[in-house]
Design a protein around this ligand. Structure first.
Ligand code: GFB
Length: 352
């Protein structure tokens, strides 16, 4: 990729897209094309074509998507399948039509069967039933993989796909109803600690700056009882934090700057012929939700205890990627979970 190449980062304000922008800028890429979803609705084919016609991107990182944690996936099912299929189909078709040199399409390891053998190898795709809590999202992401593959095969394009594991880091979504587990845990323990140390002003500032959830964003009052009642609805008290599910599932977490580094590296060095249909990106290491919660509790310095709400879903029991293919391409994750968590917590405290 030439440093002056016209590079479109679809979804540049999200967790993934913003990390890609930081990485590309740090590497000296000077011609980044950025559009917010208000400026360009990727679900509208005519608008997408008009953008490509005018701006003529040469490379695309396809990081735009409707995403969320287990409950968001399980609630907004129609939006997760419709928005994500349209975004992928419109961008990939326009990339072909306007002769884009290369596309890097971002998926997720939820494309694998819910009970796939662990660690999950790329060839396990479509070998079993999907996890019901995220089937709509997974179907859309599988469609995007197949679009890239079959455009390559029929039209000779160079569209590559990557499947990152659960991601986290700065610019994540900390809304307790829609977020993934890791930012939710950071926020829950942090607010519980503030409650225990009676730092009401800090709690009020946090809630004002960033909504707790969609359904319950307003406080009736700013006295301790009102705040306590509000936080209790999210499983946060001064002595106890309640998490969803059993705590037994395991997940693999990749720090967002590592993902961005991997994506730029693959874009710069490999074609779809070398990568194959897609490649996993992860650390290859897993942690149970219970253990993750204990690590975060220690980093945040919350002294209370942890409880679990078994009325909430667990989702896939185990999810860890086999990363031998990307290692063979000479890339490996660098950030340990401990370091990534500390960076994310520091960012959260100073930005939310
Ligand atoms: O991160 P998460 O929402 O999504 O949940 P998935 C991971 C695990 O953490 C589940 C548990 O077992 C949750 O029950 N958990 C415990 C919590 N406490 C909480 C909490 O306060 N908030 C949240 N969100 N979880 C998503 C898929 O699956 O992973 C997406 O739904 C996508 O499609 C993404 O693939 C990477 O890891 O289960």
């Amino acid at each position: 990729m030439d440093k002056k190449a016209r590079i479109y980062i679809a979804g540049h304000r999200g967790l993934v897209g913003s990390a890609l922008v930081r990485r590309l800028q740090a590497e000296g890429y000077a011609n980044l094309l950025l559009r917010t979803s208000k400026e360009l609705d990727l679900r509208r084919q005519a608008d997408v074509e008009a953008f490509f016609e005018k701006e003529r991107p040469e490379y695309i990182f396809l990081a735009a998507a409707k995403v969320g944690g287990i409950i968001a996936n399980n609630t907004y099912k129609a939006e997760f399948i419709y928005d994500n299929i349209l975004i992928a189909a419109n961008v990939i078709q326009s990339a072909y039509k306007y002769g884009v040199r290369k596309v890097l399409n971002l998926g997720s390891t939820c494309i694998y069967p819910s009970l796939a053998l662990q660690p999950m190898r790329e060839e396990y795709l479509l070998t079993g039933s999907l996890e019901p809590t995220n089937e709509p999202y997974a179907i859309a992401k599988i469609s995007a993989i197949k679009l890239c593959r079959y455009y390559n095969e029929q039209y000779g394009t160079n569209f590559i796909s990557v499947m990152p594991t659960n991601l986290y880091g700065i610019n994540d979504n900390f809304n307790l109803e829609t977020s993934h587990v890791l930012p939710a845990l950071i926020r829950k323990f942090h607010l519980a600690k503030l409650l225990a140390t009676n730092e009401l002003e800090a709690i009020i500032k946090d809630i004002r700056k960033y909504p707790l959830g969609f359904g319950l964003t307003n406080r009736d009052g700013e006295d301790k009882d009102s705040i306590k009642n509000l936080l209790m609805q999210y499983g946060i008290t001064e002595k106890k934090v309640t998490l969803w599910g059993s705590g037994n599932p395991s997940r693999e977490f990749l720090y967002i700057d590592d993902l961005a580094e991997a994506c730029v590296f693959l874009m710069e060095n490999y074609s779809y012929k070398e990568i194959g249909e897609f490649v996993n990106i992860g650390t290859g290491e897993e942690v149970t939700i219970k253990n993750l919660a204990n690590i975060i509790k220690d980093i945040v310095r919350f002294n209370g205890y942890i409880a679990f709400d078994s009325t909430k879903p667990d989702g896939t029991p185990r999810k860890v990627a086999d990363v031998s293919r990307i290692k063979a391409l000479r890339w490996e994750a660098k950030t340990t979970l401990e370091v990534g968590l500390r960076k994310t917590y520091e960012w959260y405290v100073s930005n939310v």
